[in-house]
Design a protein around this ligand. Structure first.
Ligand SMILES: [Zn+2]
Length: 286
């Protein structure tokens, strides 16, 4: 299989809950930045088949469409179609963006009730807007933590670098209707849980269908299989000590309770579970 072939994955959780993976294209990120403080000697062998001439790794833009008896939740929106040519080339972005990807999977964008955002970095929030700058999901409430919006639209030069502020300003008015503070059930069985770490207002999305183990999307705290080690945090994490701590506690719960995990940027084996491994965890696909 080619690296850029989308993975077709769906699961019926029972009780009227169904989840489908929607891959909204791929982009490339600097390999060293993805491994943060971890020396290349330790990670080199993990990426030999995907690293390119510019020393970048292939990153999928994984989204989820969650069907529940009370409505539909989309998790994440990818980079979208409004990225300029310079950035498109620099980031090696290749579509389809979220709207055609969703339609290809059989879901109309207008049928989405809630869009749950782990955070608002460019590679997660870009698809909130259609190419003409209008709402890509016209009926949907966009749920992100208030703390995330405040940082994203703030003025800290280190923190705002990963956000595209002019684009988020276009979302702000209608996006503000979905601001939340803390843990919140969006629809029965679908909750957001604040984590911080990767970004100030980062949150996880957890699906609890009756009779099935929880399914979690930990956002960019769990981008790739090696993220299972709580100490392996990326250079893109704005609050790395918080990431290490929250990964330790969340991953322990997920491992001990047999949660299904969907990774945010893994192209080939994005669905699996966490298992305890000495003083850390290991990701097992499937
Ligand atoms: Zn990301």
């Amino acid at each position: 299989m080619a690296l850029n072939d989308a993975v077709d994955w769906r699961r019926d959780l029972g009780g009227g809950f169904r989840v489908a993976l929607i891959q909204a294209g791929t982009f490339r990120s600097d390999a060293g930045a993805l491994f943060g403080p971890v020396p290349r000697l330790l990670w080199d062998r993990l990426v030999t088949d995907e690293i390119d001439a510019e020393h970048r790794l292939l990153q999928a833009l994984n989204c989820l469409l969650i069907e529940t008896p009370a409505g539909r939740v989309l998790v994440e929106t990818g980079i979208g179609e409004r990225i300029d040519d310079k950035n498109r080339t620099m980031r090696g972005y290749a579509g389809p963006w979220i709207v055609p990807a969703l339609r290809g999977a059989g879901f109309e964008p207008g049928s989405v009730d809630v869009v749950a955002m782990s955070h608002l970095h460019f590679d997660h929030a870009g698809g909130l807007l259609a190419p003409d700058g209008s709402r890509a999901f016209r009926r949907a409430r966009v749920v992100a933590q208030r703390a995330e919006w405040e940082i994203a639209l703030g003025s800290n030069p280190r923190l705002v670098a990963s956000y595209v502020q002019p684009e988020l300003e276009l979302v702000r008015d209608w996006g503000a209707e979905g601001w939340v503070d803390g843990e919140r059930e969006l629809l029965p069985g679908v909750s957001v849980v604040p984590t911080g770490g990767h970004s100030a207002g980062h949150q996880a999305i957890v699906v609890r269908a009756p009779g099935a183990p929880p399914l979690a999307f930990f956002g960019d705290l769990a981008m790739r299989p090696w993220s299972a080690n709580p100490r392996w945090v990326t250079s893109f994490d704005d609050f790395p000590l918080d990431s290490v701590e929250v990964k330790g506690s969340l991953f322990a719960q997920a491992a001990d309770e047999g949660w299904t995990i969907v990774l945010s940027h893994e192209a080939r084996q994005p669905v699996g579970r966490l298992v305890r491994d000495r003083d850390r965890f290991r990701y097992e696909a499937g």
